[in-house]
Structure formats: structure tokens, C-alpha cells
Design a protein around this ligand. Structure first.
Ligand code: E4P
Length: 217
């Protein structure tokens, strides 16, 4: 399973990239706004660090404007995935941009039928939002499982990019179901290493190291 990091913060991307945890990056207008940076400038900087797909989202609502913005974003680097919303205008932009050879990430997916039409429009990635479904008492993981089944039934090549991940359990469940990619905030990815028994075991080992005066260097 590929790990994308869901942030526009350069230091956080660098830190996880150095650990081999970054197969790609996703951004959205809210994350760009939070960074306080110019979208073209910060996206270029991210593309210089990460070799995998870097999603950059359009900010218009009509297909013509999305196509124009997508073409401009795609010029930033070869690894740009143009992110478009799951509307008919977004899907039209997806079809045009993917036919032109660009990677396209269709975002804000909340139903299996939306995922089905995104695949038919040539999406490289579909982004179902798990956390936002959980927020309204629906089951985000069930959506990932439904999309996996449908895509496998018809051998769609669109990759399932499980998004809006809030907990490490979302990552475990996405991996069990067979999502191709997860995108998560750096804080959630960092929590994957945590276990109280690891801390307790290490503490015991360190006490014995001190007691016995064990040295390697
Ligand atoms: C994914 O591409 C989105 O940027 C992101 O996962 C949204 O997450 P949120 O629902 O926590 O804002």
C-alpha cells in the first residue's frame, strides 16, 4: 500500500520523506490556505522533494476553468496529479485532462456510484473521504470496501486513495480492505510506530544496559 502525506507543510514532508514513508503528497485549498504560501510556489517545492504523485487541486467550478487551471498546474512538474471535485464539471475536466496524459485525482467522493463514474471518466485516483462520512454517523470504511469490490468486478485501473483519514485504525482497515493508497496527516502517520509495550520493553532493556554497563560504541 502506498502512503501519501496530506499536507502542504514542507518540513513535515521532508521529515517523513527521509524515513521512506512518502510515496506521494495530497494538498487541497484548505491545506494551501493553512500554509500561507502561494499555491504554484509551494506545489513546485513539494514536487522537488517528492518523486511520486503530488495532488494539486483546481479552484474553479466550471469545467473550462478547471481544465485551464489543471493544464497550468500540470506544467509545474511531471509528477503533478490534478485534483478535481466530483461534480459533472469536475468529471468533464477529468476526462479531458486524463486524455491529455495527465494524472487526475477525483476528490470529495462520498458514494460508490460517484467512484464508478470517476473511473469511467478516466480518473487515476479516486479519493473517498472516510473521516467526513464517520463525522455524520455513516461508515467510511464500508465505502472503501464497496469501491474495492466494484473496481475489482470490472477491472477498473483507477486507484482507491483512502482520504480524510483521522486515526491509525482507518489505515489498518484501509490496508485490510485493499485500498491502493492512503493519504493521512503527518501526525497520524507518525502514530503508526506507537505501542505502549514497545516503550515498556525498551525501558526495561535500557535499565539492563545501564546496570550491566553494556557498550557498543
Ligand atoms: C484528501 O485529499 C484531502 O485533502 C483530505 O484527506 C481531507 O481530509 P479532512 O476531511 O480531514 O479535511
Amino acid at each position: 500500500m502506498k502512503f501519501f502525506v496530506d499536507t502542504a507543510e514542507i518540513d513535515e514532508i521532508k521529515e517523513l520523506n527521509d524515513l521512506g514513508m512518502v510515496d506521494g503528497v495530497t494538498t487541497n485549498p484548505s491545506l494551501i490556505a493553512k500554509s500561507g504560501r502561494d499555491i504554484l510556489e509551494v506545489t513546485k517545492e513539494i514536487c522537488d522533494i517528492v518523486s511520486g504523485p503530488v495532488s494539486a487541486e483546481v479552484v474553479s467550478l466550471t469545467s473550462d476553468d478547471m481544465i485551464a487551471e489543471g493544464r497550468k498546474l500540470a506544467k509545474i512538474a511531471d509528477n503533478i496529479a490534478v485534483k478535481v471535485p466530483l461534480t459533472w464539471d469536475g468529471l468533464k475536466a477529468c476526462k479531458v485532462l486524463s486524455d491529455e496524459g495527465n494524472m487526475v485525482n477525483v476528490t470529495l467522493c462520498f458514494s460508490a456510484n460517484q467512484a464508478l463514474i470517476a473511473a469511467k471518466a478516466g480518473a487515476t485516483f479516486i479519493s473517498p473521504f472516510i473521516g467526513r462520512l464517520d463525522d455524520i454517523n455513516m461508515d467510511g470504511m464500508e465505502l472503501i470496501a464497496d469501491i474495492r469490490e466494484i473496481y475489482d468486478n470490472y477491472d477498473f485501473k483507477t486507484e482507491i486513495l483512502a482520504a480524510s483519514i483521522r486515526t491509525v485504525n482507518h489505515i489498518t482497515e484501509s490496508a485490510r480492505i485493499g485500498a491502493d493508497v492512503i493519504t493521512a496527516p503527518p501526525g497520524v502517520i507518525k502514530k503508526l510506530a506507537d505501542h505502549p509495550l514497545t516503550d515498556k520493553g525498551l525501558d526495561g532493556f535500557m535499565k539492563d544496559v545501564e546496570k550491566a554497563g553494556i557498550k557498543i560504541l
